[in-house]
Every structure is written in structure tokens, then in C-alpha cells.
Design a protein. Structure first.
Lengths: 409, 368
């Protein structure tokens, strides 16, 4: 028995120390962003942005190192690139801290776009909460052009941005976790964040009617992230601007947004705007009638609104009649905008980005019936009615606007 | 609470043991194969198993009450005689041995493939089966004690997992409710009934359980809790990933623990759950190792079966190690003789025994 115990002791020394998978943090190169473009000969051009953990830490001895290293390689597929990266990177490449996967628009519009993500799903190291971003230019150019100077470390930059997006709703919350069910379910369009670092023709619009690159802005990071790339069956087929994305998110059944800022035309004074902050705390109510070949969809969006400024100085607050007028005017303008987006998706994209297929699923008892109905095909012909149910919850700190005439006097 | 141990366990140990051992099924590769059959209605499977199990369990329970101190194999021998008893007993024994090998190879490959990339299979095999052997060596009571000790911690970690994952749930993924159709659900769930066969096989250890009341409480309580938990786990997979994706991915549990994280400070939180998962794997190994040795010994009428644990542990490693990959493992495991026919065997065996006992008039003897 003593011999057995001794043997076990020796065995446990070799077994329990677990040296096989030991990795020193020093030995790893943490890829924070992967950029993927079309490469030569059916291959891909993969760009790695590798974070430097030393920068921004309290260890400031060698602070002169850059915050990240960016390398681009031409490879036949995504899986093998990790080893190839070691031609210039001295450490073992790991995806454990991957934050974003950026694909160039050219690649996303091509046929390879879907097969490419097969490698991503297969990879054990990639987590499903990785963001998906489509860049207008090549991904490699985007990553190099994205100069986030206040957050020098790249992972922080992407993390902070994604948290803000969840609140503002100017870009969709696009992660792998959302991507795979949508694409494999073959029932709806997937919206991926759209971004660029190149300036395109800028124009002046209200706060959200932009696509990435169109916002006129001076200074700071040249990157702009607004709007969405529309993916159908894994391939990009078009874009939605910031406002359209916002409306799409509102029409989705489950999205909840804490606060977004927007301005609306004043119903009584032309050229003047009323700024409001609004939130959606309840799920959208969607009713569906799929008994006929033409689906009927009734959508009611509950919104809570807070008035921030009234440029015209008309009293919409204490005068209940005018309050009602304002409510109706805002609802009408939102309804018109929503219908425009719905028409666009029906005619241009022929697919539904609103996740209404989830509601359509509820109308059937078995999968076979649901598949036979083919929501993707039926959606373009659907009769959609959108209504907004607005509640003014708050008017800020000031109730009545100033009486400008009185002050001037 | 420091009662002298008499080698017998109460309902607390029994119920936690059954739950831990059974619920593990939801966290390995088995759900992947279930989702291929049940699509988005797979969560109904465990509930159906629970309902079907009622009848054989009732039969078994009344038999156990009748014979007081006899285990399952002894009852089989007593009722069916030497030859048929041997065939039935060795059938059960082979089923369990097959399961032990397939299961161990499956868990070990899952561990090495996902968490410990460069560790050789044999190391993990030695470590996990070795640990299981040590637990099993101290007897049935120890397995039960360990289960009841670990149980609260595992429940807490499971609740944490649900809370962390809750944000990404989309409940609409459960619709259409019937999935592939009622008939298909019932059919494919009945065929997979052996995934809950622990509840029948536990009767082997009836002599190790304090009395019939403890057995009844443990088994029925365990059946209800673990079937509901299993159903809950499958539901979580569905509302997290949707059935389309579940048909493609290989390790849903691993994917689930990888999406969870506590805000942005604890992004890679999976190691926490991995620790608990490993403990459960070891418990499951220990239970099956012990069960297997016990069945083998009872069938061959060997008095002492604890010396058999070491040979069986070794055998498990030797046979399990060369299996190439988990897919092949499960495919073979699914489509072989020892698995395809298990479901009706599991249902029929207790009923058969009960009918024989009834015809022999054993029940009336008791009354008289």
C-alpha cells in the first residue's frame, strides 16, 4: 500500500502541476481588432491590431512604445493566419481579448462574405460578443486610419464606443451572437455597424441623417461610425443612415433604449425645431395577421419623451391643447419616417431588418408551417401600419419658455 | 450531525447525487444531437422523459418495497432465475460500461479541445478518472456525501450563470411552440430516454439507502428537479443561440459560458464555471465507475466489488483513449446495439419484473 501511495504521489506531481497549457502573459500577443479584406487569388488580406499591454499600465518604464502594432498579411484562409503572423510578431497570437472584426465593404458585398465567417464560428477562442463592423474603405486602411488619441489602447476605444452605441442607437448593436441566428435562420436582414475614416461629401442634416463619413466635423479622430450596412444572407446589399437605424431599432420587438436625443419640426412655427430626449422602456407591440398571402402587420411603438428645448418660444408645456398638438405632430413625423424606412426595406432590400420574423414565428404551431410560409418572400408584400404612442414625461427644469417680447422690452 | 456512518445514505445525498449526475447531460455534447431532432422544442424532451419514467419507476418502487433489502440485480436473479437473470443483468452491465467509456472519452476530449489545448488526452484522462476512482474507492456513501456538500455551490454557480446570461435572452426563439411537430418530439424523446436511466439504475444500490421512504423521496424528488433543470438548460441554449445555430455548433455549454462576463472588468469569466463543471464531471465519472463495478460484481455474484474499481478505471482509460474525436464517439455511441435498444429495455425491464412477481403471486404472499 505504501508503494501505491508513493506512486500516486509521484504521479500527482506530474499531473497536477499542469505545465502543459501554461502560458505567460508576456508570451502572448493580444489581437484586439481583426480586419478582413479581399486578397489576391481568392485569398484574404488579414490585418491584426495587436494591443500593447504595457502602455497605459502603471509600469511606465518603457513608455515610449506605441499602444498597438498593426500588421497586414495575405493568406488563403483565416485559420492559418495566426501562425503566419509570427513571421514578424514575436509572441503567440491569441484572440482571447478580441473586440471587433472589421470587414471591408468590397469583401462584404462579395460572395465570399458568408463562408469567411465559418472560420470565425469554428474558432474556439473567439467569443460571441465580438462586434462586427463594416468599413467603407478597406479594413486595413480603416484600422490604420482610426486614430483614437484619447484612448490610446485600442480595446478600450472599441469597448467604450460600443457601450455608447447601446444608448444612442445611431448604429445597431451588431455582435456575432446576434449575427448567427439571424443569418442561419434565413428570415431577416442583419444590420452591421458602418464606419469609415475617409471623409466623403459632407452635407448638413438634422442630428442623425448621416451615413458614416458624411458628418462635417473638425478635429479629433477622423473615424466616423454611424449608420448600418445591411446584410442579406450574409452579403451586404445596402446601407441605412443613422436615422433609419434608429427607427429600425424602435420598430424591433425587444429593443429598449434608455435615452436618445433628437429634434423635431415645430408644428406652429416653421423653421424652428424642438429638441427632445426620448426613451423606449417597453417592448414594441406588434400584431400580425398571416392568414392570407399578404401579411398584415400592426406596430405600436411606446415612447417616453422629455422636451429639452423649444426654439420658437411657444408654450407647449402648460397649454394642454398645444401639448396634444405637439404630441400628434411628433407622432406623425415619426410615423412618416418609419413608413419610409419600411418601404425602403420592402422595395430595395426585400427583407425585414425589424426582427418581425420573431413575431411571425409565434403565429405558427410547427416549424414546417413557418418555413412553408417563407417570411423572407412574403415580407416585401406586407401591409404595414406603424403608430407611435407618445408620452411626455418631463419638461426639464423649466416649464414655460421665456417670454422673449417681455425681456426685450 | 456527527452520526456514526453505517454505509447507508439518506434522501438528501440521494437526491443531490441523482441531480448532479443526471443534469451533466445538458452540459456536454449530447444537446447538440438532441437539437438536431427536437429543433426549438427540444426543451420538452426532459419533461417527456420525466412523464414516461413514472411507470417503470412505480413498478420498481413496489418491487423494492416488497423485497426490502435486495438491489435491482438481486431482484432480477430472484425473479427470472439463473440464466435469464444473467442475460438481463449483463445487459445492464454492458450498457453502463459502454456509457462510461463513451462518456469519459467525450468529456475528456471536450476538456482538452476547448480549455487545455496542448495537454495530452492521457494526462486529463488519468487525472479525472483517477480522481473519480479515489472518490468511488471510499464507497457509495462518500459519493453521496460529496454530492450533498457540493450541491449548494453548484446551484449558486448555475444561478450566477443564468443571471449573467439573462441579458441576451430572446424568448421569441422558443416559437413556434411545437417545433418539428408533436409526434416527432415524442418519438425522438422516447428514443433518447436512456439519458435519464440513472433513475432506474439507482435501484442497484437500494441496499445502500437507509430505507424505502428515503429511496422514494430521493428518486421522485431527483426526477422532478433534474428533469426541470435539464429542460431549463436546453431552454437557455435555445433562447440564447436559436435552434439554427445550435444545430451547427459543437459545444453549446462552452459557448454559453464564454458569452457571459461581469461588465467590462471580468470579460473572460468561463474559467469560473469550468471549475464547477470539472467537479461535476468527476462526480459523474465516480458514480458510473462505481455503478459499473457494482453491476458487474452483482451479475457475477462477487461479494466484494470495491477491488474491481481500479481494473475498471484502467479499462476505461485504455478503451476510451484511442477514440479519435467526440463526433465519431457520439455517432458510434448513438447508433450501436448497446444504445439503440436501451430505451425500451429501460422501460420494459421493471415492468417485466413486476409482472413476473405478480404472476408468481409474490405480492399476495406479502399481504398474507
Amino acid at each position: 500500500m505504501r508503494k501505491v501511495k508513493l506512486l500516486l504521489l509521484i504521479l500527482s506531481l506530474t499531473l497536477l502541476t499542469g505545465c502543459f497549457d501554461k502560458v505567460e502573459l508576456e508570451d502572448l500577443a493580444y489581437v484586439v481588432v481583426i480586419g478582413i479584406d479581399k486578397g489576391a487569388d481568392n485569398g484574404f488580406e488579414v490585418t491584426y491590431q495587436i494591443g500593447n499591454p504595457q502602455v497605459g499600465s502603471s509600469d511606465r518604464v518603457q513608455a515610449e512604445e506605441p499602444a498597438s502594432e498593426i500588421i497586414t498579411m495575405n493568406v488563403p484562409d483565416l485559420a492559418t493566419v495566426r501562425d503566419l503572423a509570427n513571421v514578424s510578431v514575436s509572441r503567440e497570437v491569441t484572440y482571447a481579448h478580441l473586440k471587433a472584426i472589421i470587414t471591408g465593404e468590397e469583401l462584404t458585398r462579395s460572395k465570399e462574405s458568408l463562408t469567411l465567417l465559418d472560420a470565425v464560428l469554428r474558432d474556439q477562442a473567439i467569443k460571441q460578443d465580438v462586434m462586427l463592423i463594416v468599413s467603407k474603405e478597406k479594413a486595413s486602411e480603416f484600422i490604420r486610419g482610426n486614430k483614437h488619441e484619447l484612448e490610446t489602447r485600442p480595446h478600450k476605444h472599441y469597448e467604450f464606443m460600443s457601450r455608447r452605441w447601446e444608448e444612442t442607437g445611431l448604429v445597431p448593436n451588431s455582435t456575432l451572437l446576434k449575427f448567427f441566428p439571424r443569418i442561419l435562420g434565413d428570415a431577416g436582414l442583419f444590420l452591421s455597424t458602418y464606419a469609415t475614416t475617409k471623409k466623403s461629401k459632407t452635407h448638413y442634416g438634422y442630428e442623425d441623417e448621416y451615413l458614416a463619413g458624411q458628418v462635417k466635423k473638425e478635429g479629433g479622430n477622423s473615424m466616423q461610425m454611424i449608420g448600418a450596412a445591411v446584410l442579406k444572407e450574409g452579403r451586404m446589399i445596402g446601407t441605412l443612415n443613422g436615422e433609419e437605424v434608429k427607427i429600425t431599432l424602435l420598430l424591433r420587438p425587444n429593443t429598449v433604449r434608455s435615452s436618445m436625443l433628437a429634434s423635431y419640426a415645430d408644428p406652429l412655427a416653421k423653421d424652428k425645431r424642438i429638441a427632445a430626449s426620448w426613451s423606449k422602456t417597453e417592448p414594441t407591440k406588434i400584431k400580425m395577421d398571416l392568414s392570407t398571402d399578404i401579411p398584415k402587420v400592426d406596430v405600436v411603438v411606446p415612447i417616453k419623451m422629455e422636451i429639452l428645448s423649444i426654439a420658437s418660444g411657444i408654450d407647449y408645456v402648460e397649454d394642454l391643447k398645444k401639448q396634444k398638438l405637439l404630441k400628434e405632430a411628433i407622432a406623425r413625423s415619426l410615423e412618416q419616417k418609419s413608413m419610409k424606412v419600411v418601404k425602403k426595406t420592402q422595395q430595395e432590400f426585400k427583407g425585414d431588418p425589424f426582427q418581425w420574423y420573431l413575431i411571425a414565428r409565434k403565429q405558427f404551431w410547427t416549424l414546417a408551417e413557418y418555413k412553408k410560409y417563407n417570411w423572407m418572400k412574403k415580407y416585401p408584400t406586407a401591409e404595414v401600419r406603424v403608430k407611435y404612442d407618445i408620452e411626455f414625461t418631463n419638461f426639464g427644469r423649466q416649464l414655460k419658455p421665456f417670454n422673449k417680447e417681455y425681456i426685450k422690452d | 450531525m456527527n452520526k456514526a456512518s453505517d454505509g447507508r445514505i439518506g434522501w438528501r445525498e440521494l437526491i443531490t447525487m441523482l441531480i448532479l449526475v443526471n443534469v451533466m447531460v445538458g452540459t456536454d455534447m449530447t444537446p447538440v444531437f438532441l437539437f438536431k431532432l427536437g429543433k426549438n422544442a427540444t426543451w420538452i424532451f426532459p419533461l417527456i422523459w420525466g412523464v414516461i419514467m413514472i411507470i417503470p419507476l412505480l413498478a420498481l418502487s413496489s418491487l423494492l418495497r416488497l423485497y426490502g433489502d435486495k438491489g435491482l440485480i438481486e431482484i432480477i436473479y430472484h425473479l427470472t432465475g439463473k440464466y435469464l437473470g444473467f442475460i438481463l443483468g449483463s445487459g445492464l452491465s454492458l450498457i453502463v460500461f459502454n456509457l462510461l467509456i463513451r462518456m469519459s472519452s467525450n468529456y475528456i476530449q471536450e476538456t482538452t479541445e476547448i480549455f487545455l489545448d496542448s495537454t495530452p488526452d492521457i494526462e486529463v484522462y488519468l487525472l479525472l478518472v483517477g480522481a473519480a476512482y479515489f472518490i468511488a474507492k471510499y464507497g457509495f456513501e462518500t459519493i453521496g456525501r460529496i454530492c450533498s456538500l457540493l450541491f449548494p455551490y453548484i446551484v449558486v454557480s448555475f444561478v450566477i450563470l443564468i443571471i449573467l446570461a439573462r441579458m441576451d435572452f430572446i424568448y421569441d426563439f422558443l416559437y413556434p411552440l411545437e417545433g418539428p411537430g408533436i409526434m416527432k418530439i415524442i418519438k425522438s424523446s422516447v428514443v433518447n430516454l436512456p439519458l435519464a436511466m440513472e433513475f432506474i439504475l439507482i435501484a442497484t444500490f437500494f441496499p445502500f439507502i437507509k430505507n424505502h421512504r428515503h429511496y422514494r423521496r430521493g428518486v421522485w424528488g431527483g426526477l422532478v428537479v433534474s428533469m426541470i433543470t435539464l429542460s431549463l438548460i436546453l431552454t437557455i441554449y435555445i433562447i440564447m443561440f436559436d435552434y439554427n445555430q445550435l444545430e451547427v455548433i459543437s459545444h453549446p455549454f462552452n459557448l454559453l459560458i464564454r458569452v457571459t462576463g461581469i461588465s467590462r472588468f471580468f470579460m473572460n469569466f468561463d474559467a469560473f464555471f469550468f471549475a464547477f463543471w470539472l467537479m461535476m464531471v468527476i462526480i459523474r465519472f465516480a458514480f458510473y465507475l462505481y455503478l459499473n463495478s457494482a453491476l458487474f460484481a452483482y451479475v457475477l455474484r462477487i461479494k466484494e466489488f470495491e477491488p474491481l474499481l481500479l481494473p475498471f478505471a484502467t479499462l476505461t482509460i485504455i478503451i476510451g483513449l484511442p477514440i479519435e474525436n467526440p463526433v465519431k464517439n457520439i455517432q458510434v455511441f448513438k447508433y450501436n446495439l448497446l444504445w439503440n435498444n436501451v430505451w425500451w429495455f429501460i422501460i420494459a425491464l421493471p415492468l417485466l419484473l413486476w409482472i413476473i412477481a405478480y404472476l408468481k403471486g409474490e405480492f399476495s404472499n406479502e399481504k398474507g
